[in-house]
Structures are given as C-alpha cells and as structure tokens.
Write a protein that binds this ligand. Structure first.
Ligand code: NZQ
Ligand code: ZN
Length: 394
C-alpha cells in the first residue's frame, strides 16, 4: 500500500426529511448570506426548493436564488453566479441538486475571491487559494460531488469539459435524503448507478499491490450496486434500495475506497469528451466507454480482471486460462449495464464514428500518455473509441 493523506471534512446528514435541517446546518457552518443554486426545475416541481427556503427563513438566513444549471454545467452560468455573489455579498453557496449543480456551485465558490478568470483552475493555469463555503442538498446518487473535492465544468466556447480539484471546495455539509431521489426517471437513475460503479472501477484497476482493504471496500460498493440498482429500476419508490445506492455513491467518490493505491481515470477522461461534444449524460457515456476500455487494457493484468469477474460478477475461475475469466467479467458488466437500460454503443449514445479523430485531438495528450493503471497513447484512445463503435455484444 502507498502512503496517503485522507481528508474528508464534509458533515453528512442522511435520512428522511433531512432537507428541513438545511437552515440549521448553514448557520452551524457559518453561513449568513446564501446563494441558493439549483438546476432546471426538478427541485421546484418536487417542492424541495420551497422546503429548503422555509428552513433558511426559519433560521433568519438571507438568500439569493440562481437556478438554471444544465446537466454538464456551463461556464456561462458560473460567470453569472460569480458576479451575483459579489454584488450581493454572498458568503455561502447551497447547491440543491445533482453533480451539475454542485459542480457549478464549487466553480462559483472558487471564482468569487479570485481576481482572474475562474477557468484558470480548470485549464490548469492556476490553483485556488481561497473559496466561499459550499454545501449541498443532494437529489441524485451519481457523481459523488457531495463528498468530493472535484468540479467538472464545460466551457461553451469550444466545448471543453475539464475538471478542477481542491480541498477548498469539499462541501461543508451534505444533506442526503434518499426519498428525494425517488422522482428520478429510470434512465437517470441508471446513469447515476453507472457513474458510481465507474468511480470504483477507476480505483479498483491499479498497479499497487497489497491493497486488500481497499480492494474489499471497492467490491462491497460494487456488489451493493449490482444488488440494489435493479431493485430501484423495478420499484423507483423503494426507500431502502435508494438509501443504499445514495450512500454507495458517496463512499465511491470520497476516495475512502481509493487511498493508498494508484488509480486510473482514463475512462472518465475519454467519456468527458463525449458528454462535451454530444451533451449526453456522463453515466451513459461511461456505459459505452468503460467496458471498451476494459476490453483494451485487460491484458495488462489479466489476474486483476479475473479477480473482478469472480468477486463481483460471480464468474467461475478458469484456472487453465484466466483470460477467459477476465473476458467473461467484461461481458457480464455489459450485460448488467444493458439490463438497467444503459447504451453500450456509439450509435445508442448518438455519437458518430467520424468524430473520433476530433475527440482524440480534444483529449489533448499529443505524443504523451495518460492513466494510472495503463498509460494510453492517442492511438490507444482511438482504439477504445473504435471498440465502443462496434463492441462484441453477447
Ligand atoms: O436540472 P434538474 O431539473 O434538477 O434535472 C436534473 C438533470 O436533468 C435531473 N435530476 C436531478 N435530481 C432529480 C432529477 N430529476 C428528478 N428528480 C430528482 N431528484 O437529473 C439530471 C441530471 O442531473 P446532474 O446533476 O447532471 O447529474 P449528475 O449528478 O450525474 O451530475 C453529472 C455531472 O457531474 C460530473 C459529470 O461530468 C457531469 O457534468 N461529475 C462530477 C464529479 C465530481 N464533481 O466529483 C465526478 C464525476 O465523475 C462526474 O464527472
Ligand atoms: Zn463520474
């Protein structure tokens, strides 16, 4: 196991009706003048936003609203949010929504005290030295942004989707009421589940040895998702299944399952180019890309893929030929994704094979290589997109 530092300062407030405590927790964490940031309307329709506002008012906390965050959140609204926060003297941002709303909130939080362009943190030109406090009321189990120090924003001009990371943007608190996720359409639920599983796989496939504890934690999250996802697809109002998935989503991405080991993250990078270009759901893009990535890289460590096949998908180990087991695990992963309604091919995602050179170009690795498990070249990435165009579906 490698040396590590693990910092996860978020206070998680989990359970039924917990959104009614939003005002209490804003006050506890020092907020006096809040930006209430939300998405395209689901939080209004469900009555959630109203309950959160009531809770803030009951605690005497002033707030200003900024809605309209789109999935794959855009820089344009971030600029608007930064301006609004400065004008109103905002000191705390409360994100009511999913990963997109939370990531937009985090970007605004870093942008407000910064003299330059907030995009500097996403282009890699600078690192934030200060940020407003961010907290969340989570409405979808997916991105894990409620417990992560990451934010992913798309620059409208040029369609660049890039991430920034800093402990400064880890949420102060995250309110997690699984009931709120019962209004999610099945497709969106499945996209979230896929993203959660991908966050674990990005960590599971590692070159670091002697990592039994994190291997087993990863497997626990994956087995939970394999069990609970079909339950919520069949029965969207199943509270217990929703609750297990919601906590799995947080555990998957606070990094507690990934400490002390090299991680990969190529599938995320390769997917982000798809959601930037086609505006598809991140989870749907991962369903197309991650198995294709697995198909391309499994020879790098056949036994690790065979281990995943046995422990997660219940495959029988082929002692004579472990490669068969490794490959069967990938087949089973695709079958699972299909069973929950995910796309598996470029065509099902609305992606076009003729765009592959542009996707690779935008990925921007040039002659270099990227990834913590298997270092990929531009040729490798091209190959992965090509596998995703026409995968061997069984
Ligand atoms: O905008 P509204 O109307 O709220 O609708 C949203 C949106 O259309 C809807 N939704 C959310 N909660 C709902 C609901 N509909 C009904 N009932 C509810 N309770 O769901 C749609 C998707 O929401 P979004 O926030 O985009 O989903 P998700 O949480 O999957 O976030 C995706 C974004 O997070 C990024 C992705 O790249 C993508 O941009 N990621 C962020 C990460 C991070 N910050 O750590 C890590 C991830 O790997 C990921 O890259
Ligand atoms: Zn993700």
């Amino acid at each position: 196991m490698n040396n590590f530092q693990f910092y996860s300062p978020t206070e998680f407030v989990f359970g039924k009706e917990s959104e009614k405590l939003a005002g209490h927790y804003v006050k506890k964490h020092g907020g006096t003048n809040v930006l209430l940031h939300y998405g395209g309307g689901s939080a209004i329709r469900s009555g959630l936003l109203g309950r959160v506002k009531e809770s803030l008012t009951a605690e005497g906390i002033a707030f200003t609203e900024l809605g309209g965050v789109q999935p794959n959140p855009r820089d344009t609204l971030v600029y608007e949010g930064i301006k609004l926060c400065r004008e109103k003297g905002i000191d705390f941002i409360l994100a009511v929504g999913g990963g997109s709303v939370i990531d937009s909130s985090k970007a605004i939080a870093m942008g407000v005290p910064y003299d330059g362009d907030f995009w500097d943190f996403y282009s890699g030109a600078n690192r934030p030295k200060a940020a407003l406090s961010v907290a969340t009321v989570l409405t979808i189990a997916a991105a894990g942004s409620e417990g992560s120090g990451d934010s992913v924003i798309t620059k409208e001009d040029g369609g660049l989707k890039r991430g920034a990371g800093s402990d400064l943007i880890r949420p102060r608190f995250s309110i997690m009421n699984p009931e709120l996720t019962c209004t999610l359409p099945p497709y969106q639920t499945a996209c979230g589940a896929t993203d959660i599983m991908a966050h674990v796989f990005e960590r599971y496939f590692t070159n670091t040895t002697e990592v039994e504890i994190t291997d087993r934690l990863c497997e626990a999250v994956l087995l939970t998702m394999v069990k609970e996802t079909p339950r919520v697809i069949a029965d969207p109002a199943n509270y217990d299944a929703r609750a297990n998935i919601m906590w799995a989503g947080t555990v998957a991405h606070t990094n507690i399952v990934g400490v002390g080991r090299e991680q990969d993250w190529n599938s995320h990078g390769i997917e982000h180019e798809l959601s930037a270009l086609y505006d598809c759901a991140h989870g749907a893009g991962l369903a197309v890309i991650m198995p294709a990535w697995m198909e391309h890289v499994y020879p790098h460590n056949v036994l690790r893929f065979a281990q995943a096949a046995v422990r997660i998908w219940g495959c029988q180990m082929d002692i004579e030929n472990p490669e068969n087991t490794a490959k069967e695990g990938i087949v089973r992963f695709r079958q699972f994704l299909r069973s929950i309604g995910m796309p598996l091919t470029f065509a099902e995602l609305g992606a076009k094979p003729e765009d592959i050179p542009a996707l690779v170009e935008k990925f921007g690795i040039g002659d270099g290589r990227t990834g913590g498990f298997v270092k990929l070249s531009a040729e490798d990435i091209t190959k992965i997109y090509e596998i995703a165009v026409d995968p061997q579906l069984i």
